[in-house]
Design a protein around this ligand. Structure first.
Ligand code: SF4
Ligand code: SF4
Length: 377
């Protein structure tokens, strides 16, 4: 990579031209848009479909669209979906089999769909989540070929956060509202215009195709100051302790009973989480019994069958399932993937139907450990 392009400035027409250029390249452009009372990720044929003038009000178990007077396109935080919905889809057919009239069985492997995606509006937390899923799904001995193909062809246009959601806590996970490397282009919305930084040669070539001007230093300074202010306004945080140690020291904590009394084990938190990757497979047949298919679909450690071994599930209680999720995400994920499994996007807080807040649970576990240590001193 030899990226030398200076930061540029796009206006709304320039943003539209950017989307048009991507569509003209044959890419499927995915970005945020308002649908069904939420800001969802969907295919865009124009930048006009972005949620200009919409923001969100969030809290534990609560999400509501609100109008914004400034007309901003990206002043909303993560919605119910993440980019895993496209890179690691909820359902995929792996193979199908047919019984021939002669009684033979022929198998056909499914060729994974590999659209050429352009993701417009990737939040810095989600950029980190994609990097984590890259490690999980392509970094080991067994690569998920469908994911790898889609990921390799995907162009990432990040958007830095200028307005953190009330459930965001990315700073305390080691990230922040500024985009880390890994993007092709990164946008920062400043007073109705978009500062553009280039992160790859492909991003630079794309920028060349759209009308833009060089960004003046004062615009860059305003953009930095706005992102820094967003960092300061983040309302939630994980406790500043070694979370891997805390999880390891908390296996017998009483707090698991407390959270289990509230948790519905619905699995929403795992479905919306941009790093959760677990899947299972199932076979389905048609009524004749001559045609069968194997499908892979998302699974959740909150599902009773998830830990089914011979004779029954290993984790039969809600306590054990919530503990599995949290201790894996914040603890043993480090052992497996050399990273935490949490990027602080806050989705699991907003979309938990009973408002269980991961930051509150971890703080409670930390307080319980401190109390135990005081007792034993
Ligand atoms: S923590 Fe909330 S979202 Fe997750 S399984 Fe329990 S009730 Fe569902
Ligand atoms: S655990 Fe919650 S806050 Fe962390 S990445 Fe997953 S959904 Fe986001």
């Amino acid at each position: 990579m030899s990226v030398t392009a200076a930061p540029a400035l796009l206006d709304r027409d320039g943003l539209n031209a950017l989307v048009s250029a991507l569509v003209a390249q044959g890419r499927t452009v995915i970005g945020p848009t308002v649908r069904d009372g939420a800001i969802v990720l969907a295919e865009l044929d124009s930048a006009d479909a972005l949620p200009f003038g919409w923001g969100v009000e969030l809290d534990a178990g609560r999400y509501r669209l609100v109008r914004r007077e400034d007309g901003a396109a990206f002043a909303h935080s993560a919605g119910p979906q993440s980019w895993k919905n496209f890179l690691h889809p909820a359902r995929e057919r792996l193979w199908s089999a047919e019984r021939t009239p002669e009684g033979d069985v022929s198998f056909t492997a499914e060729e994974p769909a590999v659209p050429s995606y352009a993701f417009l509006g990737v939040r810095p937390c989600d950029l980190r989540a994609i990097a984590i899923q890259d490690r999980v799904l392509t970094g080991g001995r067994h690569t998920d070929s469908g994911y790898a193909g889609r990921r390799e062809r995907a162009l990432l246009i990040a958007v830095e956060c200028t307005e953190p959601g009330a459930t965001c806590f990315c700073v305390s996970t080691g990230g922040g509202p500024a985009a880390d490397p890994g993007y092709d282009l990164a946008l920062t919305e400043v007073d109705g215009r978009f500062l553009v930084r280039v992160g790859s040669d492909e991003g630079a070539a794309l920028l060349e195709q759209v009308p833009h001007r060089d960004a003046r230093p004062d615009v860059e300074e305003t953009a930095r100051a706005t992102v820094d202010a967003a960092r300061e306004r983040m309302g939630r945080a994980l406790p500043p302790v070694d979370l891997r140690d805390l999880m390891g020291a908390s296996l017998a904590a009483e707090r698991w009973d407390d959270v289990a009394a509230r948790c519905l084990t619905c699995g929403n938190c795992t479905m919306v989480c941009p790093t959760c990757f677990c899947t299972t497979t199932e076979e389905v047949t048609d009524l004749t019994g001559d045609h069968t298919e194997r499908w892979q679909h998302w699974d959740s450690c909150f599902d009773l069958d998830f830990s089914y071994l011979h004779g029954g599930p290993v984790r039969s209680s809600p306590r054990s399932r919530y503990r599995q999720w949290l201790t894996h995400k914040l603890g043993t994920w480090h052992d497996q993937f050399d990273t935490s499994g949490c990027v602080g996007c806050g989705r699991c807080i907003a979309w938990c139907p009973v408002g269980i807040d991961i930051t509150e649970e971890v703080a409670a576990l930390d307080a319980e450990r401190a109390a135990r240590e005081t007792e034993t001193d």
